[in-house]
Design a protein around this ligand. Structure first.
Ligand code: ADP
Ligand code: ADP
Length: 232
């Protein structure tokens, strides 16, 4: 469902060119929980951002659901992006809006009626186990609860894929586990494909079926978690 073909990302700066990602080929199937691991600066975030064109590759092509993301018109790209949700390390919630307001935001952009939006927000809050936080503000929530709101918002337009950029790195171990449990449940219940950037091996072992290891912009190893972690 996601295919990266010879993907490269180069950043041109005053110090010269940085090849953040080079010649990456990767296939992610529907229902995969795909881990992207590697040291800081390896190119994980840049690579994953090419999937929704938050970062445009300077080489190669990106295919999502059979569509060449680089060949879409602006309108087609907006629609394709709705099918790719994303969550971040620091949640990126809007502090001046309530939980419901945050989750409703992408729905309003989709032009749904007020009643339909409210119904969907209630359903999403139930899905992430935060039904009692409809009117709360982000500042009133714990880190784990904030990430649950971010997950609900990311799922608002029923995406096929959820991209997670160090989504548990700001959380304590217990909360990390509870977020991973939720992601596992969403993977099963919604057949949601999940791509997880992490520097924590624990996260990979807990939830991923596939993994790619990045070093200096390259994927140096990839495949089933089981076979990669049992190599001599
Ligand atoms: P990781 O997610 O593995 O920590 P990143 O993808 O964030 O790695 O970064 C890979 C490399 O690209 C690093 O050298 C980083 O400094 C560089 N880089 C990332 N984003 C930019 C940018 N917008 N402009 C210039 N260089 C960047
Ligand atoms: P924290 O309370 O530290 O943020 P959690 O992310 O575990 O940690 O919990 C957030 C909220 O979600 C809590 O109100 C908790 O009761 C609720 N919750 C946790 N796990 C589930 C679950 N599997 N299903 C429904 N609700 C849950």
């Amino acid at each position: 469902m996601i295919t990266l073909k010879d993907v490269g990302v180069a950043f041109k700066g005053t110090q010269g060119t940085i090849n953040a990602v080079e010649k990456v080929n990767l296939s992610i199937d529907k229902g995969d929980v795909y881990g992207i691991v590697g040291y800081s600066g390896a190119g994980k975030s840049t690579l994953v951002r090419t999937i929704n064109l938050l970062q445009r590759p300077t080489k190669g092509s990106v295919w999502v659901n059979g569509q060449n993301m680089l060949a879409l018109s602006p309108k087609e790209l907006r629609n394709a992006r709705k099918k790719v949700g994303m969550i971040f390390q620091h949640f990126n919630l809007m502090d001046s809006r309530t939980v419901a307001g945050n989750i409703a935001y992408p729905l309003r952009k989709s032009g749904l009626s007020k009643t339909a939006i409210k119904e969907k927000v209630v359903e999403l809050l139930e899905l992430v186990g935060l039904s009692d936080k409809y009117d709360a503000f982000p500042s009133q929530l714990s880190g784990g609860q904030k990430q649950r709101v971010a997950i609900a918002r990311a799922l608002a337009n029923d995406p096929d894929v959820l991209l997670c950029d160090e989504a548990t790195s700001a959380l304590d171990p217990k909360t990390t586990l509870s977020i991973l449990e939720l992601l596992k449940e969403l993977n099963k219940r919604l057949a949601l494909t999940i791509v997880i950037i992490t520097h924590e091996m624990q996260v990979v072992k807990e939830i991923c079926n596939k993994v790619a290891v990045m070093e200096n912009g390259h994927v140096v190893e990839n495949g089933d978690v089981v076979s990669i972690f049992t190599q001599p």
